[in-house]
Design a binder for this molecule. Structure first.
Ligand code: TEU
Ligand code: CA
Length: 556
């Protein structure tokens, strides 16, 4: 396999609005990111994905772009962005912009022109239709609830949106639209970007002509998962996009892809795949229901292990997944994958080591390195996120009590991970001198970067150690290119694996159970000098490794 510059990188996701506010308006900004580049460097970060900072009315927190060529004043200026790229570059950190091209904002000039003349040139940048015999072209349910069709006020026209109605879908069948997008991407790449995180990209291909699929709820609509099962031919767009953009710049592109079939993985991330990598969402998808959040089931540690190992097997010899435990769309990983008894520093380090040392590119979401946790919401009125509000309604419509619906929102709300970064124990966690746009998690007095900075046993310093270990020349090839070999896979509560590469051999072993366990390991590993990292003192009994509850040990 040809070695690429991104193979051995550790990536970090910034949700700018909640990272650091430097001008007191309560909104994180680009100067705030620049201020913390040394902090990120101290974590060994080599790739920085910045969630959208383009001009946006913020119906979906920047994922509704009104101008792809301008920075929204709430985040700063284009000069700030250029300075970020430059300053990051000095520290050997590459910036990824978020590429949101399945849709734009309804306030984008293209859409404004399209609405003025749906049959004109810009109308073809979107999907417009009229009812026929009183019926819309299809009964698909948008991701944020309700029909994908929305009426253009004062006309008989409807436009298509897979997400919020303020996010009209772009028509990728139109080659002029595609040219506009590639031109825009290359304009950004010319600025020295490292590449893109590619948003919601599986949705750009629609199975046409539009038609109904069987309804799966009382609303008479059908889930997009079903529609995507009927979709083929996205490869033509994605190959073209790669050839016309990423490839010309040796850029890193990580796709937000949920539904790749095993036999398609090579097309997505193989040697000449559409993307450099795609996120592994197998654990994220585990237990999710199409009926709504109230029907979801939280994965157990054994589910988690099965998902991770499944992905490791599928991708072996094919390419690199990007590994995450959370992002801006998910609850905090430590509040989700860890059993209650393990939701403490010990458990947080266990989960960190387990996912971070898998094959693939580890992505850390801001605050994850501190072990930031879910928020507690006492009422739906405290929720900002449009998707959570819509899901709350879905629960109520399904006959779930308001208490249960609120419980589901507490568990799954996207706001959980969007609360401001906890820098210190001063007012608003040091995030802003003003009023934060979203309340800070009250646990900031306990969980904050300043407190963890000087504590050698903090979660933060454990992440730093993990990141140093991954780049340790003695083991780097094993961690980057080595095969993942599950060990004692059937042992409940235990997640253990080897990473093997030529003469380098590493064993990662962790206990998600609340009782100590003795694991028989190859005797060569059962030596104190082979302990590379652990979250508690490691004990050997002959050639057995004794793991306390929520203990993890890395041996090599
Ligand atoms: O997400 C795409 C997506 O399909 C889901 O993550 C979706 O947001 C979630 O299931 C709803 O609860 C991307 C972005 O990551 C997300 O923030 C945006 O809202 C979405 O695209 C639209 O741009
Ligand atoms: Ca600000």
């Amino acid at each position: 396999m040809e070695r690429k510059w991104w193979h051995n990188k550790i990536a970090y996701q910034i949700y700018p609005k909640s990272f650091l506010d430097t001008n007191g308006d309560g909104i994180g900004d680009i100067p705030g990111i620049i201020e913390k580049l040394d902090y990120l460097k101290s974590l060994g970060i080599g790739i920085l994905w910045v969630s959208p900072v383009y001009v946006s009315p913020c119906a979906d927190q920047g994922y509704d772009i009104a101008d792809y060529f301008q920075i929204d004043p709430m985040f700063g200026t284009m000069e700030d962005m250029e300075r970020l790229i430059e300053e990051a570059g000095k520290r050997d950190i590459k910036i990824l912009m978020d590429l949101v091209v399945n849709h734009c904002s309804d306030e984008h000039e293209w859409f404004q022109r399209a609405c003025a003349d749906p049959e004109g040139e810009y109308g073809k940048y979107f999907y417009f239709a009229k009812k026929e015999n009183g019926k819309l072209p299809c009964n698909w349910r948008s991701y944020f609830g309700g029909s994908v069709w929305e009426q253009v006020p004062g006309t008989e026209w409807y436009y298509f949106h897979l997400f919020h109605k303020k996010q009209p879908d772009l028509n990728w069948e139109n080659s002029r639209l595609r040219e506009e997008i590639y031109g825009m991407m290359n304009w950004w790449l010319e600025k020295g970007l490292g590449g893109f995180r590619v948003d919601a990209i599986i949705n750009i291909k629609k199975p046409l002509p539009f038609k109904d699929y069987p309804a799966d709820r009382e609303d008479g609509l059908c889930d997009m998962g079903e529609v995507l099962n009927h979709t083929c031919g996205i490869g033509e767009f994605l190959n073209e996009m790669r050839d016309r953009t990423f490839q010309l710049y040796d850029a890193f592109a990580v796709g937000e892809v949920f539904n790749e079939k095993p036999e398609e993985l090579n097309d997505f991330i193989g040697e000449n795949g559409y993307f450099s990598s795609i996120f592994d969402f197998s654990q994220t998808m585990e237990g999710k229901s199409t009926k709504g959040w109230h029907e979801n089931r939280i994965p157990t540690p054994d589910d988690y292990k099965r998902c991770c190992f499944g992905s490791q097997r599928r991708s072996e010899g094919v390419g690199f997944y990007s590994n995450v435990i959370e992002n801006h769309d998910e609850p905090r990983g430590v509040s989700y994958y860890l059993p209650k008894a393990g939701q403490n520093d010990m458990g947080k380090k266990l989960l960190a080591a387990e996912y971070f040392l898998l094959k693939g590119i580890p992505f850390v979401y801001q605050g994850q390195e501190l072990g930031m946790e879910n928020m507690k919401y006492a009422s739906i009125d405290e929720i900002d996120d449009i998707s959570s509000r819509a899901e709350y309604e879905v629960c109520l419509k399904a006959g779930v009590s308001p208490e249960e619906a609120l419980k589901a929102v507490n568990q799954y709300s996207r706001d959980n991970s969007r609360t401001p970064f906890q820098w210190d124990d001063s007012c608003h966690a040091g995030f802003t001198s003003g009023t934060p746009w979203l309340p800070v998690n009250p646990n900031y007095t306990e969980i904050n970067a300043k407190k963890q900075e000087n504590d050698p046993d903090s979660v933060l310093n454990f992440y730093r150690a993990l990141s140093r270990l991954r780049r340790d020349p003695r083991f780097e090839d094993a961690f980057v290119y080595g095969k993942t070999e599950p060990y004692l896979e059937e042992e409940p509560g235990i997640m253990a694996y080897f990473r093997r590469w030529q003469k380098q051999d590493v064993l990662v072993a962790g206990n998600f159970g609340d009782e100590a366990k003795e694991l028989e390991i190859p005797s060569a590993f059962a030596e104190p000098e082979r302990i590379l990292l652990a979250n508690a003192p490691v004990e050997f009994k002959g050639s057995s490794l004794v793991l306390q509850p929520f203990q993890v040990a890395v041996l090599g």
